[in-house]
Write a protein that binds this ligand. Structure first.
Ligand code: ATP
Length: 246
């Protein structure tokens, strides 16, 4: 990979569900250390775009490159690609029958083949970083929703991914737990993570995004800095979307 190559390049991506194009020719780059935030109405295609990057959905047309590698090539090993991309979803999806530490070490041990000591050293370091170092041996249901979502973020970081995908990671949380998760994302940004995320939290998008991307009906309508998008949107569709949010 060359110095200027984006971590992620999405080129002409099209995805159909039945008769309906859900992604209608998306072009998008994410540079190293950049935080790109997807906004748009429910159903505009944000989650589907993240799923195509993580290979949970196959594209019908176009290509996706991760650090220059075409990950939409049908011959790629999807598990290997996924180990290079950390993903956190709305529902934290921790394994309830495994300790917090085992949840965090699973991918390193089973996908990357790390030894237990290596995976656990990395896992404990991450749990310390998210302020849950003393909860390693507990089961997830002993933790609050915000703490579980922080563990899910630690799990996503465990394989030292090149890219983090965050999909509505606060929308299932009680309002008083949202802040701790958003603060953690702010810390990841400060530490230089490369992040592509979808959110309905416009105040957070404004705070954390280097670039905001507005999607509507599977098309990328407009993108720019938070100031450009929120204070001076150029497209009528963007203006209408933001006006509806009040
Ligand atoms: N598995 C599926 N089968 C058929 N249609 C789907 C499927 N998943 C999503 N869709 C449709 O694709 C469109 C885009 O959905 P997507 O979840 O990507 O939107 P979104 O912008 O992430 O919405 P939200 O903000 O509500 O999460 C919607 O019309 C949705 O109904």
């Amino acid at each position: 990979m060359t110095a200027n190559e984006p971590v992620l390049r999405v080129e002409g991506v099209v995805k159909w569900y039945g008769e309906q194009p859900v992604l209608d020719g998306i072009d998008l780059d994410v540079a190293r250390h950049e935080v790109v935030v997807l906004i748009g109405a429910s159903g505009s295609g944000k989650s589907t775009l993240l799923k195509t990057v993580n290979l949970l959905e196959r594209v019908d047309d176009g290509q996706i490159f991760l650090a220059g590698d075409d990950i939409t090539d049908p011959r790629v090993n999807a598990d290997r690609v996924r180990a290079r991309i950390g993903v956190v979803f709305q529902h934290y999806n921790l394994f309830p029958h495994m300790s917090v530490l085992d949840n965090v070490t699973l991918a390193g041990r089973h996908v990357l083949g790390w030894s237990r000591p290596r995976a656990e050293a990395r896992g404990r370091e991450l749990l310390e970083r998210i302020g849950l170092g003393d909860r390693a041996a507990e089961y997830p249901d002993r933790l609050s929703g915000g703490q579980q979502q922080r563990v899910a973020i630690a799990r996503a970081l465990a394989t030292e991914p090149e890219l983090l995908l965050l999909d509505e990671i606060t929308s299932a949380l009680d309002p008083q737990l949202v802040g701790e998760v958003l603060d953690l994302v702010g810390e990841l940004k400060a530490a230089g993570s490369t992040i592509l995320m979808a959110t309905h939290e416009m105040s957070f998008a404004r705070r954390v995004a280097d670039r905001v991307v507005f999607l509507q009906n599977g098309r990328l309508v407009e993108q720019g800095t938070p100031e450009q998008i929120f204070d001076a949107p150029q497209h009528e569709e963007t203006r209408r979307f933001l006006a509806r949010l009040g």
